[in-house]
Unconditional design. Structure first.
Length: 83
């Protein structure tokens, strides 16, 4: 589940969540304000590589990246571990 209480983007901006698995291009998991407090359903392909992958949050134009790739500054990253 994705949850954020403190990350508030600047006016006209959005925070977008990305999954980066190995050397593969980042895959958008959604705009944080739209997926906040929701479970994200991953494809089988993404689910099979999520452990050890990196989650990143980028600063994007309102509504998310216009290109399908991160275009703004990376605000934070975290490596996914198995609990």
């Amino acid at each position: 589940q994705v949850s954020s209480r403190k990350a508030v983007p600047a006016t006209g901006r959005s925070h977008e969540v990305w999954l980066i698995a190995g050397d593969n291009p980042p895959v958008s998991l959604g705009v944080l304000s739209e997926i906040n407090n929701q479970n994200i359903k991953l494809s089988e392909t993404l689910a099979s590589v999520i452990v050890g992958s990196t989650l990143a949050i980028s600063d994007e134009p309102a509504g998310g990246s216009p290109t399908g790739d991160p275009t703004g500054a990376v605000l934070t990253t975290a490596v996914v571990i198995e609990l």
